[in-house]
Ligand binder design. Structure first.
Ligand code: KG4
Length: 333
């Protein structure tokens, strides 16, 4: 099956053509990061306008690079939510137009399902599985008893982990997006500074906002006392504390759910080197389970993952009609 996926939920306009959930024939991503850098984060109205400018060209390029014509395509999949409403609308309108003109089935995809199904590009998912979704807008532990069932076991009580990386990078004067640069610095430093341990109510819930404030207070305290610190060690200390928060919960879930066959990660933060090392450790610790991270190019927002999720939804007959509209608050379950 040949599916074209379209993604515009935040600050990437993306289109991709994927064959049989495994073979990426093209994956085009027009990133807006350089525009939003000047504001220290994504400005929704600006993002929607840039999507409008980019969407047609990105779709055209994805079809050309795949070496196919729209006649060959079996379905058009699009992120219908959650995300920034103005941004989502652009992708949804683009997909509806494409599907109507070429008389193809239109498949709405949940953005988080896309991040989870990005792993299907490198493995056959085995159920029941647990997915850790970690991005700029999400931090969730999701239990999937089968391909089509999503139960949120735990989630962030405040900031998403990627958001915490971005905010910490801002107070450290490192620019936007913060994740990749903190990750790089952390690899050169040691986690020697004490930062506050987050406190949460639910057994599997996360919290990152206290940690983010802890970094700010640490910097202010050093300035007040005339003490020096290294950016590398502070980045390493933050990264360790953030990953401890995540992986303490992951271990609890794996212990409480011995029936789980596979653990997968998805979302922009799954590109993090420290996170990938922790997944390697789990792989040693639980040899009876499969641990999968998505390919690097499919961690941050992309449309290949939407095409894969679209094929799965199409197999289950989840087809929309011309009334499809963006749903910024779409719940996964
Ligand atoms: O999935 P994504 O592209 O967009 C959202 O849906 O949010 O994720 C973007 C987030 C940003 O917060 C960025 O700082 C973070 O992913 N990120 C990372 C890394 N690469 C991207 N965070 C930590 N380490 C990284 N290497």
């Amino acid at each position: 099956m040949l599916v074209i996926g379209i993604e515009s939920s935040c600050d990437e306009t993306a289109a991709a053509v994927v064959r049989d959930k495994k073979e990426i024939l093209s994956s085009v991503i027009a990133s807006q990061i350089d525009t939003h850098k000047g504001f220290g984060g994504v400005v929704p109205e600006v993002a929607s306008r840039i999507h409008v400018e980019n969407i047609s060209g990105v779709i055209r390029q994805a079809i050309d690079e795949a070496g196919i014509s729209m006649e060959d395509v079996d379905a058009v999949a699009v992120t219908a939510g959650p995300g920034l409403v103005g941004c989502l609308h652009v992708g949804v309108q683009g997909a509806k137009t494409l599907a109507a003109v070429w008389n193809k089935p239109l498949i709405p995809v949940h953005h988080l399902a896309g991040h989870i199904y990005a792993n299907e590009l490198v493995t056959d998912l085995q159920f029941p599985l647990v997915a850790l979704v970690v991005s700029g807008g999400n931090s969730e532990l999701v239990y999937m008893k089968d391909e089509n069932s999503f139960e949120i076991l735990g989630q962030t009580q405040d900031d998403a982990i990627g958001e915490a990386y971005d905010k910490v990078a801002r107070v450290m004067g490192l620019g936007y997006p913060g994740g990749p640069v903190i990750d790089k610095l952390a690899q050169q430093g040691k986690a020697v500074y004490d930062l506050p341990e987050p406190k949460t109510q639910g057994r599997y819930d996360f919290s990152f906002s206290g940690l983010k404030s802890g970094v700010l207070q640490f910097i202010k305290r050093c300035e007040r006392k005339g003490q020096t610190f290294t950016q590398e060690d502070l980045a390493a200390s933050f990264q360790k504390a953030a990953l401890d928060e995540v992986f303490d919960r992951v271990k609890l879930v794996l212990e409480d759910h011995p029936e789980v066959k596979q653990f997968v990660v998805g979302g922009g933060v799954s590109a993090n080197s420290g996170l990938r090392a922790r997944v390697d450790e789990l792989r040693q610790e639980y040899p009876d389970k499969t641990f999968t991270v998505p390919p690097m190019r499919c961690c941050t927002d992309n449309a290949a993952m939407i095409a894969v999720a679209g094929e799965i939804a199409a197999e289950q007959g989840r087809v929309a009609d011309a009334r499809l509209t963006a749903d910024p608050g779409w719940e996964i379950c």
